[in-house]
Design a protein around this ligand. Structure first.
Ligand SMILES: Nc1nc2c(ncn2[C@@H]2O[C@H](COP(=O)(O)OP(=O)(O)OP(=O)(O)O)[C@@H](O)[C@H]2O)c(=O)[nH]1
Length: 542
Protein backbone atom coordinates (compact mmCIF):
# COMPACT_ATOMS: atom_id res chain seq x y z
CA UNK A 1 0.00 0.00 0.00
CA UNK A 2 2.64 2.30 1.05
CA UNK A 3 4.49 1.63 -2.11
CA UNK A 4 1.39 2.37 -4.18
CA UNK A 5 0.91 5.58 -2.30
CA UNK A 6 4.48 6.65 -2.92
CA UNK A 7 4.22 5.80 -6.62
CA UNK A 8 1.02 7.75 -6.81
CA UNK A 9 2.64 10.81 -5.27
CA UNK A 10 5.59 10.57 -7.58
CA UNK A 11 3.31 10.28 -10.54
CA UNK A 12 1.39 13.34 -9.45
CA UNK A 13 4.60 15.26 -9.01
CA UNK A 14 5.81 14.26 -12.43
CA UNK A 15 2.55 15.21 -14.03
CA UNK A 16 2.57 18.50 -12.19
CA UNK A 17 6.04 19.22 -13.42
CA UNK A 18 5.04 18.43 -16.97
CA UNK A 19 2.01 20.65 -16.69
CA UNK A 20 4.13 23.41 -15.26
CA UNK A 21 6.49 23.22 -18.18
CA UNK A 22 3.65 23.30 -20.63
CA UNK A 23 2.07 26.15 -18.85
CA UNK A 24 5.33 28.07 -18.88
CA UNK A 25 5.62 27.70 -22.60
CA UNK A 26 2.08 28.93 -23.11
CA UNK A 27 2.48 31.94 -20.80
CA UNK A 28 5.33 33.38 -22.99
CA UNK A 29 2.92 34.23 -25.91
CA UNK A 30 0.50 36.46 -24.05
CA UNK A 31 3.29 38.85 -23.01
CA UNK A 32 4.34 39.34 -26.58
CA UNK A 33 0.80 40.07 -27.56
CA UNK A 34 0.67 42.72 -24.93
CA UNK A 35 3.68 44.32 -26.38
CA UNK A 36 1.85 45.41 -29.44
CA UNK A 37 -0.45 47.22 -27.13
CA UNK A 38 2.33 49.68 -26.44
CA UNK A 39 2.91 50.43 -30.01
CA UNK A 40 -0.77 50.83 -30.37
CA UNK A 41 -0.67 53.58 -27.78
CA UNK A 42 2.16 55.21 -29.63
CA UNK A 43 0.13 55.24 -32.76
CA UNK A 44 -2.61 57.15 -31.05
CA UNK A 45 -0.22 59.86 -29.96
CA UNK A 46 1.63 59.88 -33.20
CA UNK A 47 -1.32 60.84 -35.30
CA UNK A 48 -1.49 64.16 -33.45
CA UNK A 49 2.21 64.72 -33.69
CA UNK A 50 2.41 63.85 -37.30
CA UNK A 51 -0.18 66.45 -38.38
CA UNK A 52 1.64 69.09 -36.36
CA UNK A 53 4.91 68.43 -37.83
CA UNK A 54 3.35 68.40 -41.23
CA UNK A 55 1.75 71.78 -40.61
CA UNK A 56 4.92 73.31 -39.27
CA UNK A 57 6.77 71.84 -42.14
CA UNK A 58 4.35 73.47 -44.51
CA UNK A 59 4.56 76.75 -42.69
CA UNK A 60 8.28 76.76 -42.59
CA UNK A 61 8.28 75.78 -46.20
CA UNK A 62 5.89 78.55 -46.92
CA UNK A 63 7.95 80.98 -44.89
CA UNK A 64 11.06 79.92 -46.62
CA UNK A 65 9.48 80.25 -49.98
CA UNK A 66 8.04 83.56 -48.93
CA UNK A 67 11.39 84.76 -47.68
CA UNK A 68 12.96 83.66 -50.89
CA UNK A 69 10.24 85.32 -52.78
CA UNK A 70 10.85 88.64 -50.88
CA UNK A 71 14.47 88.52 -51.83
CA UNK A 72 13.62 87.81 -55.37
CA UNK A 73 10.74 90.17 -55.80
CA UNK A 74 9.22 92.83 -53.56
CA UNK A 75 5.92 92.41 -55.29
CA UNK A 76 5.74 88.72 -54.52
CA UNK A 77 6.84 89.51 -51.05
CA UNK A 78 3.74 91.43 -50.42
CA UNK A 79 1.59 88.65 -51.79
CA UNK A 80 3.33 86.08 -49.71
CA UNK A 81 3.17 88.10 -46.62
CA UNK A 82 -0.52 88.63 -47.08
CA UNK A 83 -1.27 84.94 -47.39
CA UNK A 84 1.28 83.44 -45.07
CA UNK A 85 2.07 86.03 -42.49
CA UNK A 86 -1.33 87.46 -42.39
CA UNK A 87 -2.19 90.55 -40.44
CA UNK A 88 1.24 91.79 -39.52
CA UNK A 89 2.66 91.38 -42.91
CA UNK A 90 -0.36 93.01 -44.50
CA UNK A 91 0.16 96.36 -42.91
CA UNK A 92 3.91 96.43 -42.86
CA UNK A 93 4.52 95.68 -46.45
CA UNK A 94 2.25 98.41 -47.59
CA UNK A 95 3.76 101.10 -45.45
CA UNK A 96 7.31 100.06 -45.97
CA UNK A 97 7.41 100.40 -49.69
CA UNK A 98 6.06 103.89 -49.41
CA UNK A 99 8.59 104.85 -46.82
CA UNK A 100 11.38 103.36 -48.75
CA UNK A 101 10.25 104.74 -52.01
CA UNK A 102 10.13 108.37 -50.91
CA UNK A 103 11.55 109.28 -47.59
CA UNK A 104 9.49 112.37 -47.12
CA UNK A 105 6.31 111.00 -48.49
CA UNK A 106 6.31 107.72 -46.67
CA UNK A 107 5.49 109.52 -43.54
CA UNK A 108 2.90 111.43 -45.31
CA UNK A 109 1.54 108.24 -46.71
CA UNK A 110 1.26 106.60 -43.35
CA UNK A 111 -0.21 109.73 -41.92
CA UNK A 112 -2.60 110.67 -44.58
CA UNK A 113 -5.41 108.37 -43.70
CA UNK A 114 -5.65 109.24 -40.09
CA UNK A 115 -3.34 112.10 -39.75
CA UNK A 116 -4.31 114.37 -42.53
CA UNK A 117 -6.09 116.54 -40.08
CA UNK A 118 -3.26 116.48 -37.65
CA UNK A 119 -1.00 117.31 -40.50
CA UNK A 120 -3.07 120.26 -41.35
CA UNK A 121 -2.74 121.44 -37.83
CA UNK A 122 0.98 121.06 -37.88
CA UNK A 123 1.15 122.88 -41.18
CA UNK A 124 -0.13 126.02 -39.71
CA UNK A 125 2.61 126.06 -37.19
CA UNK A 126 5.20 125.50 -39.79
CA UNK A 127 3.73 128.18 -41.91
CA UNK A 128 3.51 130.60 -39.14
CA UNK A 129 7.13 129.96 -38.36
CA UNK A 130 8.05 130.50 -41.92
CA UNK A 131 5.94 133.50 -42.14
CA UNK A 132 7.75 135.07 -39.32
CA UNK A 133 10.89 134.88 -41.36
CA UNK A 134 9.25 135.39 -44.44
CA UNK A 135 8.74 137.41 -47.36
CA UNK A 136 5.98 137.48 -49.89
CA UNK A 137 7.90 135.27 -52.20
CA UNK A 138 8.25 132.63 -49.54
CA UNK A 139 4.61 132.55 -48.81
CA UNK A 140 3.94 132.34 -52.45
CA UNK A 141 5.88 129.14 -52.58
CA UNK A 142 3.96 127.84 -49.62
CA UNK A 143 0.71 128.78 -51.11
CA UNK A 144 1.17 126.39 -53.95
CA UNK A 145 1.75 123.35 -51.81
CA UNK A 146 -0.78 121.30 -53.57
CA UNK A 147 0.84 121.90 -56.87
CA UNK A 148 4.22 121.04 -55.50
CA UNK A 149 2.97 117.81 -54.06
CA UNK A 150 1.40 116.70 -57.26
CA UNK A 151 4.53 116.53 -59.27
CA UNK A 152 6.20 114.47 -56.61
CA UNK A 153 3.34 112.11 -56.20
CA UNK A 154 2.88 111.73 -59.89
CA UNK A 155 6.08 109.91 -60.45
CA UNK A 156 5.36 107.69 -57.53
CA UNK A 157 4.59 104.36 -59.06
CA UNK A 158 3.19 102.63 -56.05
CA UNK A 159 -0.51 102.64 -55.41
CA UNK A 160 -0.18 103.60 -51.82
CA UNK A 161 1.50 106.75 -52.84
CA UNK A 162 -1.18 107.72 -55.17
CA UNK A 163 -3.66 107.25 -52.43
CA UNK A 164 -1.73 109.23 -49.97
CA UNK A 165 -0.97 112.03 -52.28
CA UNK A 166 -4.53 112.35 -53.42
CA UNK A 167 -5.77 113.41 -50.06
CA UNK A 168 -3.13 116.04 -49.90
CA UNK A 169 -3.83 117.28 -53.30
CA UNK A 170 -7.49 117.49 -52.68
CA UNK A 171 -6.81 119.16 -49.43
CA UNK A 172 -4.51 121.54 -51.08
CA UNK A 173 -7.07 122.41 -53.64
CA UNK A 174 -9.58 123.22 -51.04
CA UNK A 175 -7.53 125.22 -48.75
CA UNK A 176 -5.18 125.67 -51.28
CA UNK A 177 -4.68 128.81 -52.44
CA UNK A 178 -3.68 130.26 -49.30
CA UNK A 179 -0.78 129.82 -47.24
CA UNK A 180 -3.14 130.41 -44.52
CA UNK A 181 -3.83 126.77 -44.50
CA UNK A 182 -2.46 126.48 -41.15
CA UNK A 183 -4.98 128.86 -39.86
CA UNK A 184 -7.76 126.58 -40.71
CA UNK A 185 -8.28 125.44 -37.19
CA UNK A 186 -8.33 128.94 -35.95
CA UNK A 187 -10.71 130.03 -38.58
CA UNK A 188 -13.01 127.22 -37.67
CA UNK A 189 -12.97 128.16 -34.09
CA UNK A 190 -13.50 131.73 -34.95
CA UNK A 191 -16.35 131.00 -37.22
CA UNK A 192 -18.78 130.55 -34.41
CA UNK A 193 -17.77 133.84 -32.96
CA UNK A 194 -18.41 135.50 -36.20
CA UNK A 195 -21.77 133.93 -36.36
CA UNK A 196 -22.59 135.29 -33.02
CA UNK A 197 -21.18 138.61 -33.83
CA UNK A 198 -23.20 138.82 -36.96
CA UNK A 199 -26.77 137.98 -36.63
CA UNK A 200 -26.93 137.13 -40.26
CA UNK A 201 -25.88 133.63 -40.83
CA UNK A 202 -24.01 134.75 -43.84
CA UNK A 203 -20.82 136.11 -42.53
CA UNK A 204 -20.14 133.46 -40.03
CA UNK A 205 -20.35 130.33 -42.04
CA UNK A 206 -18.37 131.59 -44.85
CA UNK A 207 -15.37 132.71 -43.09
CA UNK A 208 -15.09 129.21 -41.83
CA UNK A 209 -15.15 127.86 -45.33
CA UNK A 210 -12.62 130.31 -46.36
CA UNK A 211 -10.37 129.22 -43.63
CA UNK A 212 -10.43 125.68 -44.90
CA UNK A 213 -9.05 126.60 -48.15
CA UNK A 214 -6.37 128.16 -46.47
CA UNK A 215 -4.49 126.79 -48.58
CA UNK A 216 -3.98 130.04 -49.15
CA UNK A 217 -0.98 129.12 -49.96
CA UNK A 218 -3.16 128.43 -51.94
CA UNK A 219 -3.80 130.67 -52.55
CA UNK A 220 -1.19 131.74 -53.89
CA UNK A 221 0.39 131.77 -57.15
CA UNK A 222 2.98 133.99 -56.14
CA UNK A 223 5.67 131.77 -57.32
CA UNK A 224 6.53 134.00 -60.07
CA UNK A 225 6.63 136.26 -57.23
CA UNK A 226 9.74 138.24 -57.48
CA UNK A 227 10.68 137.60 -60.97
CA UNK A 228 12.51 140.21 -62.80
CA UNK A 229 9.59 142.50 -63.28
CA UNK A 230 10.52 145.95 -64.43
CA UNK A 231 10.74 148.27 -61.49
CA UNK A 232 7.56 150.24 -61.04
CA UNK A 233 7.73 153.88 -61.93
CA UNK A 234 7.88 156.10 -58.86
CA UNK A 235 4.59 157.78 -58.07
CA UNK A 236 6.13 161.21 -58.19
CA UNK A 237 6.98 161.06 -61.85
CA UNK A 238 3.84 159.32 -62.97
CA UNK A 239 1.48 162.20 -63.07
CA UNK A 240 3.89 164.31 -65.10
CA UNK A 241 3.86 161.64 -67.75
CA UNK A 242 0.14 161.12 -67.43
CA UNK A 243 -0.52 164.85 -67.58
CA UNK A 244 0.98 164.95 -71.05
CA UNK A 245 -1.25 162.06 -72.04
CA UNK A 246 -4.23 163.81 -70.53
CA UNK A 247 -3.51 166.89 -72.62
CA UNK A 248 -3.39 164.78 -75.77
CA UNK A 249 -6.49 162.83 -74.96
CA UNK A 250 -10.04 163.84 -75.61
CA UNK A 251 -10.37 166.28 -72.75
CA UNK A 252 -10.75 169.47 -74.74
CA UNK A 253 -13.20 171.22 -72.52
CA UNK A 254 -10.50 173.34 -70.94
CA UNK A 255 -9.30 174.40 -74.33
CA UNK A 256 -12.83 175.09 -75.47
CA UNK A 257 -13.43 177.27 -72.46
CA UNK A 258 -10.22 179.09 -73.07
CA UNK A 259 -11.06 179.79 -76.70
CA UNK A 260 -14.45 181.17 -75.76
CA UNK A 261 -13.29 183.27 -72.90
CA UNK A 262 -10.57 184.94 -74.91
CA UNK A 263 -13.11 186.34 -77.38
CA UNK A 264 -14.05 189.99 -77.32
CA UNK A 265 -17.39 191.03 -75.94
CA UNK A 266 -18.84 187.68 -74.89
CA UNK A 267 -22.46 187.44 -75.89
CA UNK A 268 -25.18 185.48 -74.15
CA UNK A 269 -24.72 182.78 -76.75
CA UNK A 270 -21.03 182.59 -75.87
CA UNK A 271 -21.89 182.02 -72.25
CA UNK A 272 -24.29 179.29 -73.28
CA UNK A 273 -21.45 177.70 -75.22
CA UNK A 274 -19.36 177.80 -72.11
CA UNK A 275 -22.03 176.01 -70.13
CA UNK A 276 -22.62 173.46 -72.89
CA UNK A 277 -18.93 172.74 -73.01
CA UNK A 278 -18.90 172.11 -69.31
CA UNK A 279 -21.92 169.82 -69.49
CA UNK A 280 -20.42 167.84 -72.33
CA UNK A 281 -17.35 167.36 -70.25
CA UNK A 282 -19.48 165.86 -67.47
CA UNK A 283 -18.74 168.63 -65.08
CA UNK A 284 -22.36 168.28 -64.10
CA UNK A 285 -25.29 170.65 -64.33
CA UNK A 286 -24.92 172.15 -60.91
CA UNK A 287 -21.18 172.65 -61.14
CA UNK A 288 -21.44 174.00 -64.69
CA UNK A 289 -24.02 176.54 -63.74
CA UNK A 290 -21.98 177.63 -60.78
CA UNK A 291 -18.84 178.05 -62.85
CA UNK A 292 -20.54 180.09 -65.53
CA UNK A 293 -22.07 182.28 -62.91
CA UNK A 294 -18.72 182.82 -61.25
CA UNK A 295 -17.05 183.61 -64.55
CA UNK A 296 -19.69 186.16 -65.55
CA UNK A 297 -19.40 187.87 -62.22
CA UNK A 298 -15.68 188.01 -62.37
CA UNK A 299 -14.85 191.26 -63.99
CA UNK A 300 -11.26 190.19 -64.32
CA UNK A 301 -12.28 187.53 -66.82
CA UNK A 302 -15.09 189.35 -68.64
CA UNK A 303 -12.95 192.42 -69.12
CA UNK A 304 -9.62 190.71 -69.63
CA UNK A 305 -8.21 190.59 -73.10
CA UNK A 306 -4.86 189.02 -72.33
CA UNK A 307 -5.07 185.29 -73.12
CA UNK A 308 -2.51 184.36 -70.51
CA UNK A 309 -4.40 186.27 -67.88
CA UNK A 310 -7.65 184.59 -68.90
CA UNK A 311 -6.01 181.21 -68.81
CA UNK A 312 -4.58 181.85 -65.36
CA UNK A 313 -7.92 182.99 -64.01
CA UNK A 314 -9.75 180.05 -65.59
CA UNK A 315 -7.20 177.74 -64.08
CA UNK A 316 -7.94 179.14 -60.65
CA UNK A 317 -11.67 178.67 -61.12
CA UNK A 318 -11.27 175.09 -62.23
CA UNK A 319 -8.94 174.34 -59.36
CA UNK A 320 -11.55 175.65 -56.98
CA UNK A 321 -14.06 173.28 -58.47
CA UNK A 322 -11.72 170.29 -58.52
CA UNK A 323 -10.75 171.02 -54.96
CA UNK A 324 -7.16 171.84 -54.32
CA UNK A 325 -7.27 171.37 -50.58
CA UNK A 326 -8.80 167.93 -50.33
CA UNK A 327 -6.72 165.20 -48.72
CA UNK A 328 -6.22 162.77 -51.58
CA UNK A 329 -3.61 160.61 -49.96
CA UNK A 330 -4.30 156.93 -49.49
CA UNK A 331 -4.47 155.94 -45.86
CA UNK A 332 -1.86 153.30 -46.56
CA UNK A 333 0.57 155.96 -47.73
CA UNK A 334 0.25 158.08 -44.64
CA UNK A 335 2.70 157.78 -41.77
CA UNK A 336 1.47 155.17 -39.35
CA UNK A 337 2.70 153.40 -36.22
CA UNK A 338 4.92 150.43 -36.81
CA UNK A 339 2.46 148.16 -35.06
CA UNK A 340 -0.57 149.50 -36.90
CA UNK A 341 -0.84 146.39 -39.05
CA UNK A 342 -1.78 146.22 -42.70
CA UNK A 343 -3.86 148.98 -44.16
CA UNK A 344 -6.84 147.37 -45.88
CA UNK A 345 -8.17 148.69 -49.17
CA UNK A 346 -11.34 147.29 -50.77
CA UNK A 347 -11.97 147.95 -54.45
CA UNK A 348 -15.63 148.26 -55.44
CA UNK A 349 -17.59 149.31 -58.48
CA UNK A 350 -19.84 148.17 -61.28
CA UNK A 351 -18.78 145.66 -63.88
CA UNK A 352 -15.79 146.35 -66.03
CA UNK A 353 -14.73 149.67 -64.58
CA UNK A 354 -11.20 148.44 -64.02
CA UNK A 355 -11.19 147.24 -60.41
CA UNK A 356 -8.90 144.27 -60.92
CA UNK A 357 -6.59 146.18 -63.21
CA UNK A 358 -6.44 149.03 -60.75
CA UNK A 359 -5.75 146.66 -57.86
CA UNK A 360 -2.76 145.32 -59.76
CA UNK A 361 -1.54 148.77 -60.69
CA UNK A 362 -2.00 149.93 -57.14
CA UNK A 363 0.06 147.02 -55.85
CA UNK A 364 2.85 148.18 -58.14
CA UNK A 365 2.51 151.67 -56.83
CA UNK A 366 2.96 150.45 -53.26
CA UNK A 367 5.79 148.14 -54.21
CA UNK A 368 7.52 151.15 -55.74
CA UNK A 369 7.27 152.69 -52.28
CA UNK A 370 8.93 149.58 -50.82
CA UNK A 371 5.75 148.47 -49.12
CA UNK A 372 4.89 144.86 -48.51
CA UNK A 373 1.61 144.09 -50.22
CA UNK A 374 -0.89 141.22 -50.16
CA UNK A 375 -3.88 141.01 -52.48
CA UNK A 376 -7.14 139.17 -51.96
CA UNK A 377 -9.13 137.95 -54.95
CA UNK A 378 -12.64 138.34 -53.57
CA UNK A 379 -13.98 138.58 -57.09
CA UNK A 380 -15.15 134.99 -57.14
CA UNK A 381 -18.01 135.66 -59.52
CA UNK A 382 -15.83 135.86 -62.59
CA UNK A 383 -13.51 132.88 -62.76
CA UNK A 384 -10.81 134.70 -64.68
CA UNK A 385 -10.69 137.55 -62.21
CA UNK A 386 -8.59 135.65 -59.67
CA UNK A 387 -6.24 134.53 -62.40
CA UNK A 388 -6.04 138.08 -63.64
CA UNK A 389 -5.17 139.34 -60.20
CA UNK A 390 -2.73 136.52 -59.71
CA UNK A 391 -0.97 137.56 -62.88
CA UNK A 392 -0.72 141.08 -61.59
CA UNK A 393 0.61 139.75 -58.31
CA UNK A 394 3.24 137.69 -60.02
CA UNK A 395 4.45 140.71 -61.92
CA UNK A 396 5.33 142.53 -58.76
CA UNK A 397 6.01 139.67 -56.40
CA UNK A 398 2.84 140.18 -54.42
CA UNK A 399 1.06 137.12 -52.98
CA UNK A 400 -2.57 136.70 -53.88
CA UNK A 401 -5.04 134.98 -51.59
CA UNK A 402 -7.67 133.32 -53.71
CA UNK A 403 -10.05 130.41 -53.96
CA UNK A 404 -10.06 127.82 -56.69
CA UNK A 405 -13.73 127.31 -56.39
CA UNK A 406 -15.87 129.27 -58.77
CA UNK A 407 -18.57 131.06 -56.91
CA UNK A 408 -16.84 130.73 -53.57
CA UNK A 409 -17.97 133.10 -50.90
CA UNK A 410 -16.08 136.34 -51.46
CA UNK A 411 -16.30 137.16 -47.77
CA UNK A 412 -14.39 133.98 -47.03
CA UNK A 413 -11.60 134.98 -49.33
CA UNK A 414 -11.50 138.43 -47.79
CA UNK A 415 -11.42 136.87 -44.34
CA UNK A 416 -8.48 134.69 -45.26
CA UNK A 417 -6.69 137.49 -47.02
CA UNK A 418 -6.91 139.61 -43.91
CA UNK A 419 -5.44 136.83 -41.82
CA UNK A 420 -2.62 136.25 -44.25
CA UNK A 421 -1.81 139.93 -44.50
CA UNK A 422 -1.76 140.25 -40.74
CA UNK A 423 0.40 137.18 -40.24
CA UNK A 424 2.84 138.32 -42.85
CA UNK A 425 3.03 141.77 -41.39
CA UNK A 426 2.13 143.29 -44.70
CA UNK A 427 1.85 147.03 -45.05
CA UNK A 428 -1.11 146.91 -47.36
CA UNK A 429 -3.91 144.47 -48.20
CA UNK A 430 -5.80 145.16 -51.41
CA UNK A 431 -9.07 143.26 -51.79
CA UNK A 432 -10.57 143.07 -55.25
CA UNK A 433 -14.33 142.50 -55.47
CA UNK A 434 -16.64 141.49 -58.27
CA UNK A 435 -18.38 144.11 -60.34
CA UNK A 436 -22.03 144.55 -59.48
CA UNK A 437 -24.91 146.73 -60.44
CA UNK A 438 -26.01 149.08 -57.79
CA UNK A 439 -29.62 147.96 -58.14
CA UNK A 440 -28.88 144.37 -57.13
CA UNK A 441 -29.56 144.60 -53.46
CA UNK A 442 -28.29 141.14 -52.63
CA UNK A 443 -24.98 141.85 -54.30
CA UNK A 444 -24.73 145.19 -52.62
CA UNK A 445 -25.40 143.53 -49.27
CA UNK A 446 -22.56 141.18 -50.07
CA UNK A 447 -20.20 144.12 -50.10
CA UNK A 448 -21.24 145.05 -46.60
CA UNK A 449 -20.61 141.50 -45.54
CA UNK A 450 -17.14 141.50 -47.09
CA UNK A 451 -16.31 144.56 -45.11
CA UNK A 452 -17.69 143.21 -41.85
CA UNK A 453 -15.92 139.88 -42.16
CA UNK A 454 -12.64 141.52 -43.06
CA UNK A 455 -12.92 143.72 -40.02
CA UNK A 456 -12.97 140.66 -37.81
CA UNK A 457 -9.25 140.68 -38.37
CA UNK A 458 -8.25 144.10 -39.65
CA UNK A 459 -9.95 147.45 -39.85
CA UNK A 460 -10.90 148.51 -43.34
CA UNK A 461 -9.30 151.89 -43.74
CA UNK A 462 -10.03 152.50 -47.38
CA UNK A 463 -12.85 151.69 -49.78
CA UNK A 464 -12.08 152.86 -53.29
CA UNK A 465 -14.92 153.23 -55.76
CA UNK A 466 -13.60 152.54 -59.24
CA UNK A 467 -15.48 154.61 -61.80
CA UNK A 468 -15.14 154.43 -65.55
CA UNK A 469 -14.75 158.03 -66.73
CA UNK A 470 -16.40 157.18 -70.02
CA UNK A 471 -19.70 156.36 -68.36
CA UNK A 472 -20.19 160.01 -67.50
CA UNK A 473 -23.15 161.02 -65.41
CA UNK A 474 -24.48 157.45 -65.41
CA UNK A 475 -21.77 156.72 -62.94
CA UNK A 476 -23.18 159.20 -60.48
CA UNK A 477 -26.16 157.05 -59.55
CA UNK A 478 -23.93 154.04 -59.12
CA UNK A 479 -21.53 155.99 -57.00
CA UNK A 480 -24.19 157.18 -54.61
CA UNK A 481 -25.52 153.67 -53.96
CA UNK A 482 -22.07 152.25 -53.36
CA UNK A 483 -21.32 155.07 -50.99
CA UNK A 484 -24.48 154.33 -49.02
CA UNK A 485 -23.90 150.57 -48.83
CA UNK A 486 -20.26 150.22 -47.99
CA UNK A 487 -19.00 153.71 -47.44
CA UNK A 488 -16.51 155.26 -49.83
CA UNK A 489 -13.27 156.92 -48.83
CA UNK A 490 -11.96 157.67 -52.28
CA UNK A 491 -12.57 157.43 -56.01
CA UNK A 492 -10.44 155.94 -58.73
CA UNK A 493 -11.31 157.41 -62.09
CA UNK A 494 -10.22 155.00 -64.81
CA UNK A 495 -10.04 155.27 -68.57
CA UNK A 496 -9.66 158.99 -68.40
CA UNK A 497 -7.33 158.55 -71.35
CA UNK A 498 -10.24 157.64 -73.58
CA UNK A 499 -12.78 160.13 -72.34
CA UNK A 500 -13.76 163.65 -73.21
CA UNK A 501 -15.48 163.83 -69.88
CA UNK A 502 -12.75 164.79 -67.47
CA UNK A 503 -15.28 167.02 -65.79
CA UNK A 504 -16.58 163.94 -64.01
CA UNK A 505 -13.81 164.50 -61.51
CA UNK A 506 -15.65 167.60 -60.40
CA UNK A 507 -19.15 166.17 -60.42
CA UNK A 508 -18.40 162.90 -58.67
CA UNK A 509 -16.57 164.63 -55.88
CA UNK A 510 -19.44 167.04 -55.50
CA UNK A 511 -21.97 164.21 -55.43
CA UNK A 512 -20.15 161.98 -52.98
CA UNK A 513 -18.15 164.42 -50.94
CA UNK A 514 -15.07 162.22 -51.27
CA UNK A 515 -11.95 162.96 -53.30
CA UNK A 516 -10.70 161.41 -56.50
CA UNK A 517 -7.51 159.82 -55.25
CA UNK A 518 -6.25 157.97 -58.28
CA UNK A 519 -6.68 158.21 -62.02
CA UNK A 520 -6.13 155.60 -64.68
CA UNK A 521 -4.87 156.81 -68.03
CA UNK A 522 -4.12 153.58 -69.83
CA UNK A 523 -3.86 149.84 -69.58
CA UNK A 524 -0.16 149.76 -68.83
CA UNK A 525 1.04 148.63 -65.42
CA UNK A 526 2.21 152.11 -64.51
CA UNK A 527 -0.74 153.99 -66.00
CA UNK A 528 -2.15 154.79 -62.61
CA UNK A 529 -1.22 157.83 -60.61
CA UNK A 530 -2.26 159.71 -57.53
CA UNK A 531 -4.64 162.42 -58.61
CA UNK A 532 -3.04 165.84 -58.76
CA UNK A 533 -5.57 168.68 -59.16
CA UNK A 534 -3.08 171.13 -60.64
CA UNK A 535 -1.66 168.60 -63.03
CA UNK A 536 -5.19 167.63 -64.02
CA UNK A 537 -6.30 171.20 -64.70
CA UNK A 538 -3.11 171.96 -66.56
CA UNK A 539 -3.67 168.85 -68.60
CA UNK A 540 -7.18 169.76 -69.67
CA UNK A 541 -6.26 173.37 -70.37
CA UNK A 542 -3.47 172.17 -72.60
N1 LIG B 1 -7.76 152.69 -71.40
C1 LIG B 1 -7.86 152.23 -70.15
N2 LIG B 1 -8.31 150.98 -69.94
C2 LIG B 1 -8.41 150.53 -68.66
C3 LIG B 1 -8.06 151.33 -67.56
N3 LIG B 1 -8.27 150.61 -66.43
C4 LIG B 1 -8.74 149.42 -66.82
N4 LIG B 1 -8.82 149.34 -68.17
C5 LIG B 1 -9.30 148.22 -68.97
O1 LIG B 1 -10.65 147.96 -68.63
C6 LIG B 1 -10.94 146.60 -68.85
C7 LIG B 1 -11.67 146.04 -67.64
O2 LIG B 1 -10.76 146.04 -66.57
P1 LIG B 1 -10.96 145.05 -65.33
O3 LIG B 1 -9.88 145.36 -64.37
O4 LIG B 1 -11.08 143.65 -65.76
O5 LIG B 1 -12.35 145.51 -64.79
P2 LIG B 1 -13.13 144.98 -63.51
O6 LIG B 1 -13.82 146.13 -62.92
O7 LIG B 1 -12.23 144.24 -62.61
O8 LIG B 1 -14.15 143.98 -64.16
P3 LIG B 1 -15.24 143.08 -63.39
O9 LIG B 1 -14.49 142.31 -62.35
O10 LIG B 1 -15.81 142.20 -64.44
O11 LIG B 1 -16.24 143.99 -62.82
C8 LIG B 1 -9.63 145.92 -69.13
O12 LIG B 1 -9.48 145.73 -70.50
C9 LIG B 1 -8.60 146.93 -68.65
O13 LIG B 1 -7.38 146.82 -69.33
C10 LIG B 1 -7.57 152.68 -67.84
O14 LIG B 1 -7.26 153.47 -66.94
N5 LIG B 1 -7.50 153.06 -69.14
Amino acid sequence: MTLWIILGVVAVVVIAAIVAVVVKKKSGTPTEVAAPAVPAAKVESEPTEEPETAATAEKTAADKSAAEAREESPVEEAKESKTAVEPESKTEPESQPVKVAQPTEPEAAAETKGETEAKAESKPEAESAEESEASAAKTAAEETPAEAAEPESAPAPSEPKAETTEPEASKGSESAKQPATGEKPEAETEAPEEKQAEPEAQAAPEPAQASEPEPAAQTPAPEPAKPAAPKPEPAASRFERLKARLAKSANPFGKALFSILTQDNLSEADWEDVEDTLLLADVGAEASEQLVEDLRKDARITGEKNPEAVRAMLREKLLDLVGRDMDRSLVASRPRPADAGPSVIIMVGVNGTGKTTTAGKLARLFVAEDKKVVMGAADTFRAAAADQLETWGSRVGVPVVRSDKDGADPASVAFEAAKVAKEQNADVLIIDTAGRLQNKSNLMDELGKIRRVTEKTLPVEEVLLVLDATTGQNGMTQAKVFAEVIGITGIVLTKLDGSAKGGIVISVQKALGVPVKLVGLGEGPDDLAPFDPEGFVDGILG
